[in-house]
Design a protein around this ligand. Sequence first.
Ligand code: ATP
Ligand code: TZP
Ligand code: MG
Ligand code: MG
Length: 270
Amino acid sequence: MENQAIAALWQQVRETNPLVHNITNVVVTNFTANGLLALGASPVMAYAKEEVADMAAIAGALVLNIGTLSAGEVEAMLLAGQSANAHGVPVVFDPVGAGATAFRTDTSRRLLREVKVDVLRGNAAEIAHVVGESWTIKGVDAGSGGGDAVALAQRAAQQLGCIVVITGEEDVATDGDTTYVVAGGHPILTRVTGTGCLLTSVIGAFAAAARGASRPLLEGAVAALAGYSVAAEQAAGERPAPGSFAVRFLDRLAELSGADIERGARVRRV
Ligand code: ATP
Ligand code: TZP
Ligand code: MG
Ligand code: MG
């Protein structure tokens, strides 16, 4: 995928201002809404089972995130997901902490069984546990499992029949057939909570934009990863610290130009 096509999708998000319906966790709600607004998307958080089907039906994308899940929220996610499926709205899923507890692992598998998920995004440990493989995990953080993230993503995509994105020092995005690796970003991202969750919602915005532009969803996911990494590098600067980085990162998401992406995006097909 060429950097020019990535820049065009960033432009598409800003021009089309897609509505992204998030059912996400209490830790990252505000950061996610601000990140999507900075990007040029339109966030909405709606959780009540009385309304989630209606909201998902009119959204450009639905993002499900089990970071602080409860039984009632899982019920709402199933209703929202099934409504999104019925209306052709792309669904992006972040299985936060899958593998850390049985409830998270079982819920992730149930959502993937009962909702047609278009893009699954997590760290390597989460994705491994969703598909029944092992990887060390510590709470909602990936741990230092080691292993081949590209091969894991490809196996998961083939098993689940969806696009799988595994993030870390380098990010992988694959539909099980075509695979991209995105380099860049900055380790400071791991010291600000919600940077993974926001990325999942940003992938939601790009899924909506890709669909609107009749581009493959895989390209949307890759464009999200690549621009996000460039924005993080710019925000980190010389001596990054978590608090000021979080603020500067929102600014860079808002101001990232097509030229920045064409110069800075580091995507390779493997
Ligand atoms: P974890 O809980 O393991 O931190 P996460 O859900 O927060 O996972 P990350 O894997 O941290 O998600 O990904 C969030 C963003 O941080 C992505 O853009 C990813 O590329 C970036 N990132 C993570 N680790 C690094 C690193 N060591 N160097 C550069 N970028 C990184
Ligand atoms: N606990 C439950 S959800 C959550 C924490 C700390 C946020 C995780 O965010 P991310 O983006 O996966 O780092
Ligand atoms: Mg992280
Ligand atoms: Mg996460």
